[in-house]
Design a protein around this ligand. Structure first.
Ligand code: NAG
Ligand code: NAG
Length: 278
């Protein structure tokens, strides 16, 4: 099979694996997040077509929320596919803009993710979004959504990229150009994206801050478990550090925290990451 066909097959595979028989509604009802800003939930804004906003239900006076852009598995336009996970991240004090509508059908694109960023840039600091600080934005996604996130890399508004159960399907050489902090959360050797994520991680140029963890749960991760399971725990520390600038949260990645949770970890140059506390 040549590379092109393999890429197509993998794309189809990534898409197929996003379909799950689990009832998200059941799971979601038990998830409001465990972070300091819990409870979190999702909502939509009429001025932001085709997106869903996950955020703390109430934000203490004076607090600011940085921004995470998210693309779902299979590039699915169902923004609630990984709702328990996104609610957990939001409960850390983050505004998540997920591509898609709750229970939406069809597909999303990288351009849609960029449109979400354009929108929050125009709204942050005013009105309903007075407590949003869009000067710090991370793009991330699960599987096919991770490819959408990679596409945001060249946008100067994006600080860092989170690759969840994913890796480049085509144009592998892009990984050798990545100079912003890169984080990989993979599902171990049975994850269909494992080889791709491992390959990308290795190709990142020396000097780029990077972290990779493998939890042996396969491609489906733990996104749909209550509060996103172990992916939700790791994601919580990740946004607390990279977006909120809580440097204590970095110990989860560089110390024994992630390993104690079952992640097999590799990293380098993380000491170069410096985020001003929000
Ligand atoms: C591969 O990726 C690089 C970096 O994003 C880009 O400049 C280049 O145009 C891409 N090549 C192809 C064939 O898409
Ligand atoms: C910073 O992170 C540490 C370790 O996760 C946590 O115990 C602490 O509560 C966090 N601080 C804030 C202000 O959230």
């Amino acid at each position: 099979m040549n590379r092109y066909l393999l890429a197509l097959a993998l794309t189809a595979f990534y898409s197929k694996l996003s379909v799950s028989p689990l009832s998200i509604e059941d799971r979601q009802s038990t998830s409001t997040g465990t972070g300091p800003y819990a409870p979190a939930a999702y909502t939509q804004d009429a001025t932001l077509t085709g997106h869903t906003i996950f955020a703390p239900k109430t934000v203490p006076a004076g607090a600011k929320l940085p921004v995470l852009l998210w693309g779902e598995g299979g590039c699915s336009a169902d923004s609630t596919e990984s709702a328990p996970f996104l609610i957990q991240l939001a409960s850390q004090g983050i505004l998540v803009i997920a591509s898609g509508n709750p229970k939406g059908s069809g597909s999303t694109t990288a351009a849609l993710m960029t449109a979400g960023m354009d929108w929050i840039k125009s709204k942050a600091g005013t009105g309903t979004y007075a407590n949003v600080d869009a000067s710090r934005i991370i793009a991330a996604g699960w599987s096919c959504g991770g490819i959408e996130a990679y596409s945001q890399f060249w946008d100067s508004r994006v600080e860092s990229i989170g690759i969840w159960s994913s890796g480049l399907l085509t144009n592998y050489t892009m990984a050798s150009l990545l100079t912003k902090p890169m984080f990989y959360f993979l599902g171990g050797s049975t994850d269909i994206a494992y080889a791709n994520g491992e390959r990308d991680y290795k190709a990142i140029p020396a000097g780029t801050p990077k972290w990779k963890g493998n939890l042996p749960v396969g491609h489906g991760g733990t996104y749909k478990q209550t509060n996103g399971g172990k992916f939700g725990i790791a994601g919580g520390y990740w946004v607390d550090w990279l977006l909120r600038g809580n440097s204590s949260a970095s110990a989860y990645f560089t110390g024994s925290g992630a390993q104690n949770d079952g992640w097999t970890v590799e990293f380098s140059d993380l000491d170069k990451i410096s985020v001003t506390p929000i």
